[in-house]
Ligand binder design. Structure first.
Ligand code: DAH
Length: 437
């Protein structure tokens, strides 16, 4: 996954206990994007998340995410550009069609948002690969909002935006000739550019070719993937004036994704740090078989737009993308990347809460964070667990979280923070049966 997941600091709740905790106060159906859907025992969508579904920041005129999308689209002018697919997908589409194993952690209700057992919010744009290949698109980009339950800090938000890109060729001599020609074109383009690339082998024992693929074809396709993305990195990061005459540095790293092999990640050296930019690989043949294009082969990549926009625009907090404050919005114009001018930073209000969880129940950090987000919205800046222990005699778990309330737009009073913290506490009691210490 492009965003590393936080380590699972707690054992997961046994399903029965956890669901009965969440079932408290659940409506029997939910209206999402104009349609009604029944809920069930796995429903974990919160009103704060539901409110995000229609917003589609990646298509808002002059929004940084929209500008970044159009910049990448203009780098691939002859690709189909898709950006209006619904975020509601089946778990089958999000995971099974892409060869995710049954026990993959991304499937857990603690990590993903479910409307019900058969419907969820997509966790990545790869969820649409089969559908788009099935439509007959050979080269395409798809931009969309994706949803993951996560911790709260300046770079994590439960909704973010990804862009998926893919290109497939006929898996025969004619198709491979096309790949070779494109490789020659891209090599020529990159040879003239101020870029240094650290590569890894296209295929290795730890990053193997797929059995059904001719290794030579796989090499050519992986080469095309790398050349194409090196050229994209040059478009995105190549212009940085602060580097002076120093070259752009890009490095390739072996990776693992259930739906590609070989697989790679790309990192770019920018302002003194290596930054992970995207995941990519040679598309698993199973994906293309399911999409009814078994005679094609090709590559795909997925990148997170917020991450790249935060770097390019120097935007310090991921919540800013959702800001409706004129001081934020009016700074940007379409098709232009400019440095964000921070307006004043307002004071933080830290509030701690310590509690015992009921016997046998473990509250996942993402459950805690969803409660806080639902109460405080974008007034919460980060949440940290500052203590956790198990009482040696009673075996009960005690947790302590520190919530940092801070508005990006205005000064917030201590009373306001107290008010939100009280609501957080009462929801923890009601929904999870915790005992405040
Ligand atoms: N879907 C992956 C994620 O969300 C990113 C990704 C990896 C996309 C490899 C791809 C790919 O298309 O080939 O982390």
């Amino acid at each position: 996954m492009v965003r590393p997941r936080p380590p699972l600091s707690f054992p997961r709740l046994s399903v029965g206990r956890r669901l009965s905790a969440l079932a408290h106060g659940r409506p029997s159906s939910l209206e999402l994007l104009g349609n009604r859907y029944p809920t069930d025992s796995v429903t974990n969508l919160t009103p704060a998340i539901i409110a995000k579904l229609p917003l589609r920041l990646h298509t808002r005129p002059s929004h940084p995410l929209n500008t970044l999308r159009t910049l990448i689209e203009s780098h691939y002018p002859d690709f189909a550009h898709l950006s209006s697919l619904s975020p509601l997908v089946s778990p089958y589409k999000n995971f099974d069609e892409l060869s995710f194993p049954q026990d993959h952690p991304g499937r857990a209700v603690t990590d993903s948002y479910y409307v019900n057992k058969d419907l969820m919010l997509r966790t990545h744009t790869s969820a649409h690969e089969v559908e788009v290949f099935r439509r007959g698109e050979d080269k395409w980009l798809l931009t969309a909002d994706v949803y993951r339950r996560d911790e709260i800090d300046g770079s994590h938000y439960p909704v973010f935006h990804q862009m998926e890109g893919a290109r497939i060729f006929s898996a025969d001599a004619a198709g491979m000739k096309e790949v070779e020609e494109d490789n020659a074109r891209l090599r020529h383009h990159l040879a003239q550019a101020n870029i240094v690339i650290e590569d890894v082998p296209h295929i290795s024992v730890s990053n193997p070719n797929q059995e059904t693929h001719d290794p030579l074809h796989s090499e050519l396709v992986a080469q095309n993937l790398k050349l194409s993305l090196n050229s994209l990195m040059l478009t995105l990061f190549g212009g940085a004036s602060e580097r002076g005459s120093a070259p752009l540095r890009v490095r390739w790293i072996e990776a693992y994704f259930p739906f590609t092999s070989p697989s790679f990640e790309v990192e770019v050296f920018f302002r003194g740090k290596w930054l992970e930019i995207l995941g990519s690989g040679v598309v698993r043949q199973a994906t293309l078989d399911t999409a009814n294009v078994p005679n094609k082969m090709g590559w795909a990549f997925g990148l997170g737009l917020e991450r790249i926009a935060m770097i390019l625009y120097s935007i310090p907090d991921i919540r800013l993308f959702w800001s409706t404050d004129e001081r934020f919005i009016s700074q940007f114009t379409d098709r232009e990347i400019t440095t964000f001018q921070p307006y004043s930073k307002y004071p933080s209000c830290f509030k701690d809460v310590s509690f015992w969880t009921p016997q046998g129940v473990t509250l996942h950090e993402n459950d805690f964070c969803d409660v806080v987000r639902d109460v405080a919205g974008d007034l919460v800046e980060d949440v940290k667990q500052i203590d956790s222990f198990i009482h040696p005699k009673t075996n009960r778990t005690s947790l302590c979280y520190r919530v940092n309330y801070r508005s990006m737009d205005r000064s917030m009073s201590n009373e306001e923070a107290n008010e939100m913290q009280l609501q957080v506490v009462s929801r923890l009691q009601e929904q999870f049966g915790v005992e405040i210490r």
